[in-house]
Design a protein around this ligand. Structure first.
Ligand code: HEM
Length: 522
């Protein structure tokens, strides 16, 4: 009897095992069908199949993730544009476009929304800064609130803050060169210097206090508060990098209902909170920096609640890199082009006044309006053409279909606008790889045979609703830094440096370093 029972139990457990095996197989098949086969079939049958592109584009995004993570996406995109032309497919739902009319449609006519990736770099997707805000209405509200602080007139009012920081850079270069004989070689890391001055300018214009990056004070004279303050740029960049690296993991976990929380370092929140309280208690409302603007009238764009310290940090933390990586990177490219084109550098130096270290700093209005700075302005415009710091930017088609460059683009497509490739298209820019500032001179006699620029094929600051809010600020800073350095110093390149670019959000020199030889002109 006992024996019969154990046979029955064995048969039942076999059946249970078989059923469990069948259930697991069915679940596996369902999973593969839902998450692998169905998207694959959809991707292969998508109207995007009509676009040129490599064979693996409909199958995977792994190559894109790898290139984004390594900062080499711009190289791949450039080579694929060369191979396939102005429009190509490079992922199941990812396309790149550099066609002039299509870009105007994407950016200005229909103004496609930003991709979700922008929001992912924010500390909290519900409290992003202007750059990371992808929700159309809060974005509009925030832009309307911030725009008055970025007009030409307002930036002109702030140039005394720029002057202070650029004065520090000139003082540093004077210290380095003053005791040296003409034959001595003085070397400085130009990229680090430009980054430092751009951060100090952002500190002054955001909080009314620079970050001490250009002329650091001796460690022994620094109190704890000062040390934390000097670390703020690092803390912000570190936080952003962490979030950028975690984008895919963060989204995957969110799909499983797990939300990763990021916060700013507690020291940094305390340091900024101290300044916020000091300002709130002060009766002086005459300051022109962003902090004062946030305190006077800042409200959260989604709820209209007054901004608290964390909200203010969230806002500034996106404007800080947007306003420092971009300008320092572009000025670095300007110097690089001039050092690699000695005839253009000589022409520029000839056009500028020669000043001593103690002469007043040339301000942005002077460079903008005085004829002797025309060639410098042309050099800056040409640099922005050859090296648009945002080489490409992601938009998405949302729920609608669009006709772009002769193709029907379905809803849910990620459309990357390839500014850099458009800026290097010989159809609009003859001899596109030549650094040719004369293109931008209005006087035909001074243009020296250079063709007129086609500004409808020029988007260094993008266009439309999401175009750069800092355009006037950026121009003022680039003009002032370049004019004041070149009016006092000559720079020469050092051979055999490895100079390559990597692109995470903006294009940057790969090692964050470019060493040059510095010589006084006075
Ligand atoms: C040479 C310097 C600069 C260049 C080439 C540049 C370029 C750009 C571009 C191309 C965009 C559009 C991004 C997109 O299409 O998604 C952008 C957006 C933005 N830029 Fe700049 N930028 C520069 C300097 C600045 C400065 C100095 C600031 C602030 C002080 C700034 C703040 C911003 C912000 C907040 C956005 C987001 C705007 C929005 O979404 O409405 N930028 N910039």
């Amino acid at each position: 009897m006992l024996y019969v029972h154990s046979i029955e139990v064995g048969a039942v457990s076999d059946r249970v095992q078989r059923l469990a095996f069948l259930a697991a197989c069915s679940l596996g098949i369902a999973f593969v069908s839902c998450y692998v086969l169905a998207p694959l079939v959809r991707s292969l049958r998508s109207p995007l199949r009509k676009l040129p592109g490599p064979w693996y584009a409909p199958l995977t995004t792994l190559h894109l993730r790898y290139a984004f993570a390594r900062g080499t996406i711009w190289k791949l995109v450039e080579s694929k544009h060369r191979q396939y032309g102005p429009v190509f497919r490079y992922g199941p739902r990812q396309i790149w476009i550099s066609d002039k009319d299509a870009l105007r449609t994407i950016l200005q006519k229909v103004d496609l929304p930003k991709i979700q990736m922008y929001a992912e770099i924010s500390r909290d997707a519900h409290s992003p800064g202007l750059f990371g805000e992808v929700r159309p209405d809060p974005h509009k509200t925030l832009k309307r609130f911030l725009s008055p602080r970025f007009t030409v007139a307002h930036v002109d009012k702030q140039t005394h803050l720029f002057e202070k920081c650029i004065g520090d850079l000139i003082a540093k270069y004077y210290q380095l060169t003053k005791a040296k004989a003409k034959t001595d070689v003085v070397v400085t890391d130009l990229m680090m210097d430009l980054h430092g001055v751009a951060l100090d300018i952002m500190g002054e214009c955001s909080f009314g206090r620079g970050f001490g990056q250009t002329l650091p004070v001796e460690e022994e004279y620094l109190g704890m508060e000062d040390r934390i303050w000097l670390q703020i740029p690092h803390s912000i960049f570190h936080g952003m990098t962490q979030r950028y690296k975690m984008v895919y993991i963060k989204r995957w976990l969110r799909g499983l209902g797990i939300k990763l929380h990021f916060d700013w370092p507690a020291d940094m929140i305390r340091a900024i909170d101290a300044i916020v309280r000091e300002r709130s208690d002060s009766k002086d409302h005459s300051r022109t920096d962003l902090l004062q603007h946030f305190l006077d009238s800042g409200t959260r764009p989604d709820s209209s609640a007054p901004m608290n310290t964390r909200d203010i940090i969230d806002q500034v933390s996106e404007i800080l890199p947007a306003g420092s990586e971009t300008t320092s990177g572009t000025i670095a490219c300007l110097f690089l082009e001039l050092l690699h084109n000695p005839d253009k550098k000589a022409k520029l130096l000839d056009s500028l006044p020669v000043l001593t270290a103690t002469d007043p700093i040339i301000n942005s209005k002077t460079v903008r309006t005085e004829p002797e700075f025309r060639y410098l302005n042309a050099c800056i415009k040409e640099t922005l053409r050859l090296h648009p710091i945002a080489s490409e930017m992601g938009r998405k088609t949302g729920t609608d279909w669009y006709e772009l460059a002769g193709y029907s683009i379905p809803p849910g497509t990620v459309v990357s606008a390839s500014y850099r490739h458009l800026h290097r298209n010989p159809e609009f820019w003859p001899e596109p790889l030549k650094f040719w500032p004369e293109r931008w001179l209005e006087d035909e006699n001074a243009r020296d045979g250079a063709p007129e620029p086609d500004i409808s094929a020029y988007y260094p600051f993008s266009a439309g609703q999401h175009s750069c809010i800092g355009i006037n600020f950026a121009r003022a800073e680039m003009r002032m830094v370049a004019a004041n350095v070149f009016a006092r110093f000559d720079l020469e390149d050092i051979m055999n440096q490895h100079l390559d670019f990597r692109q995470y959000i903006t294009m940057q020199l790969e090692n964050g370093s470019h060493k040059v030889v510095l010589k006084q002109r006075f």
